[in-house]
Design a protein around this ligand. Structure first.
Ligand SMILES: *[C@@H]1O[C@H](CO)[C@@H](O)[C@H](O)[C@H]1NC(C)=O
Ligand SMILES: *[C@@H]1O[C@H](CO)[C@@H](O)[C@H](O)[C@H]1NC(C)=O
Ligand SMILES: *[C@@H]1O[C@H](CO)[C@@H](O)[C@H](O)[C@H]1NC(C)=O
Ligand SMILES: *[C@@H]1O[C@H](CO)[C@@H](O)[C@H](O)[C@H]1NC(C)=O
Ligand SMILES: *[C@@H]1O[C@H](CO)[C@@H](O)[C@H](O)[C@H]1NC(C)=O
Ligand SMILES: *[C@@H]1O[C@H](CO)[C@@H](O)[C@H](O)[C@H]1NC(C)=O
Ligand SMILES: *[C@@H]1O[C@H](CO)[C@@H](O)[C@H](O)[C@H]1NC(C)=O
Ligand SMILES: *[C@@H]1O[C@H](CO)[C@@H](O)[C@H](O)[C@H]1NC(C)=O
Length: 524
């Protein structure tokens, strides 16, 4: 019996191990039909104001983990990610010039009802790279323009114009109706208030033209959405010269209610078809902003709203979701994506699945907590390194999705620096869990023939190098075993020996639930 089963296994094995060979469609040596020039701050951050000091610390006690992780990003693109201290807590915030850094008023259930901040709050920003630009989100929810005016004046005093990307009034005003505004408060009401406030603030603070970002809406821009960029523009929001750019938020899944919670599974998240069809919902909004000559950004996003989900968003699968979502968004001309960080706010919904604590989707846990243990990077942090090296530091890169029609689980992006094909970012979004057997995994791996690409790029195969983003499985939750180029970043430093690979002949192998960045020439 033993011998027989050995023979059966041996007979099956070559078939199971037959790695799938994939040939690529032609890829142009120059960026024909590619995206706009990709902003090096494409992969940016949004941090809930009520938790900013947890992330940044202050001058006498800076958060060294945050500082180290941000330096890894800056060293790869040449600029730090943008930071938007913003989110739902801004709409109940007040700047107090004589107060301490941060005072939260909380309900017994942990809902944050008031966020008071003082001058020392801005010290938290000093752990971010000096090249980081800030989006200044201020209180619109309270409907008291003096509160917003004082918050903008404080940002000008404590941050200064050379570090300010844009001003932003309020957070997710499409959810105000029936709360901080009367039921029925609609898009035209937002537009009227936006025009009135920006006129007063521009006069009061002598603001330059084109400094505000409009929008910041929560709901997906599907037909029937209460407020969208298209609506605002039709209502005349961009007629007074105050707008710099447009933005809306993006959360593909949610744990805010049981129906959506059931959909928020790891196999649903790690899916290239789902990701691209979801991001495509924003295409009319992007086009509308561009017709006005304005950038479109995703001012706040993450995979699962209401603070993520245990064993879904604190996994390596979140890294795969991030890499595919951000690169695809860049390919359709979204300029920057601000990944939201923070903690569960019990006031978000009455039927949400999460209890208070740092969000399950955070890219890193900045301080020690009971729930997560010591402060550390989460398993998804390596995705931001992968994206940063995909964009590179040239400042001239453009990106295109290269559809592989016979393999819908392969996400392949080509990146050009100026006129030269420079890199390929390849994600195999087929599902490999920690418990997947080696034979099952081998059957899901692909081998891509790069002969045509190498010829188009005009480089010798021997000069092509590879770096891999991988983990024991997409459900891996231990950030010491989720790696980029052989190194993990759990404690903020690169642990392990950096691994750079070479082509196998003219081919590159990509396992299920991992990615490879192919450098066709030395990165500039
Ligand atoms: C993105 O922008 C570039 C140029 O800026 C343009 O050629 C391309 O068609 C745009 N892509 C989409 C999907 O609109
Ligand atoms: C800086 O942070 C430390 C540690 O949290 C705290 O004790 C100190 O009061 C803070 N300083 C300021 C100026 O907020
Ligand atoms: C920013 O620049 C200042 C002045 O050169 C320097 O002291 C500080 O360390 C820099 N900050 C970071 C995060 O590198
Ligand atoms: C608006 O701000 C004032 C302080 O100026 C505060 O007393 C009031 O409670 C706030 N309203 C809401 C709904 O947060
Ligand atoms: C701006 O607003 C503040 C606070 O309401 C007021 O004290 C100041 O006089 C105003 N300045 C101008 C130029 O309108
Ligand atoms: C996403 O992908 C899964 C397959 O993994 C599919 O069953 C599901 O319906 C897709 N759509 C959404 C919205 O998750
Ligand atoms: C998450 O996974 C761990 C380890 O398998 C398990 O102990 C825990 O109960 C899971 N939590 C949820 C909410 O599924
Ligand atoms: C991804 O979702 C599509 C449906 O949207 C499905 O056809 C495909 O099999 C899914 N891929 C994986 C790896 O589950």
């Amino acid at each position: 019996m033993l011998l027989l089963s050995f023979l059966v296994a041996a007979a099956l094995a070559p078939q199971l191990r037959a790695i799938q060979l994939v040939s690529l469609p032609p890829i142009s040596s120059s960026p024909v039909g590619a995206s706009q020039v990709v902003d090096r701050a494409l992969a940016s951050l949004s941090i809930e104001p009520a938790y900013l000091t947890s992330y940044g610390g202050n001058n006498s006690s800076p958060n060294v983990l945050t500082r180290a992780l941000m330096q890894h990003l800056e060293s790869r693109t040449g600029v730090g990610p943008d930071l938007r201290p913003g989110g739902i807590t801004i709409d109940s915030s007040i700047f107090n010039p004589d107060g301490p850094a941060l005072v939260l008023t909380e309900s017994s259930a942990g809902g944050v009802y008031r966020t008071n901040f003082g001058p020392a709050y801005y010290e938290s920003l000093n752990v971010f790279p000096n090249s980081t630009m800030f989006v200044i989100n201020v209180n619109l929810g309270n409907e008291t323009i003096k509160i917003a005016r004082d918050e903008l004046a404080a940002a000008l005093e404590y941050i200064g114009w050379d570090r300010i990307r844009a001003f932003e009034l309020g957070n997710e005003a499409d959810h105000y109706a029936g709360g901080s505004r009367p039921a029925g408060w609609a898009s035209a009401d937002y537009t009227a208030e936006f025009l009135g406030w920006t006129a007063v603030l521009t006069h009061n603070l002598s603001l330059p033209r084109a400094i505000f970002q409009a929008g910041s809406f929560a709901d997906d821009p599907v037909p029937g959405a209460a407020m969208t960029t298209v609506d605002l523009i039709n209502e005349g929001v961009d007629t007074t010269g105050v707008i710099k750019l447009f933005n809306q938020h993006m959360y593909q899944y949610s744990t805010c209610d049981p129906v959506r919670n059931a959909l928020a599974t790891l196999p649903n998240l790690v899916n290239h078809t789902n990701i691209t069809s979801y991001v495509n919902l924003w295409n009319p909004q992007i086009a509308a902003a561009h017709r006005q000559g304005k950038e479109f950004v995703v001012g706040e996003y993450n995979s699962v709203s209401c603070s993520g989900k245990e064993n879904v968003t604190n996994t390596f699968g979140q890294a795969l979701w991030l890499a595919d979502t951000v690169l695809y968004s860049a390919s359709v001309n979204i300029s920057r994506m601000y990944l939201h960080q923070g903690a569960t706010l019990v006031l978000q919904s009455g039927t949400q699945a999460n209890t208070p604590g740092f969000s399950w989707y955070d890219l890193w846990y900045p301080v020690d907590t009971e729930r997560y243990g010591v402060a550390r990077a989460s398993p998804s942090f390596v995705a931001y390194l992968f994206i940063a090296e995909t964009i590179g530091r040239s400042g001239t890169s453009r990106i295109s999705l290269v559809p592989i029609t016979q393999q819908p689980d392969i996400a392949l992006y080509a990146i050009w620096d100026a006129q030269h094909l420079g890199r390929l970012a390849i994600l195999n979004m087929a599902h490999r869990d920690v418990s997947t057997t080696a034979d099952e995994a081998a059957a899901l791996a692909v081998s891509l023939d790069l002969s045509g690409v190498i010829a188009a790029a005009g480089v010798p195969a021997t000069g092509v190098t590879l770096k891999r983003i991988t983990a024991p499985g997409m459900d891996e939750t231990d950030s010491t075993s989720t790696v980029w180029a052989g190194q993990s970043y759990a404690d903020g430093s690169a642990n392990g020996v950096e691994v750079t690979e070479y082509l196998n002949g003219n081919a590159v192998e990509v396992g299920a639930s991992e990615g490879v960045l192919v450098f066709l020439r030395a990165s500039s």
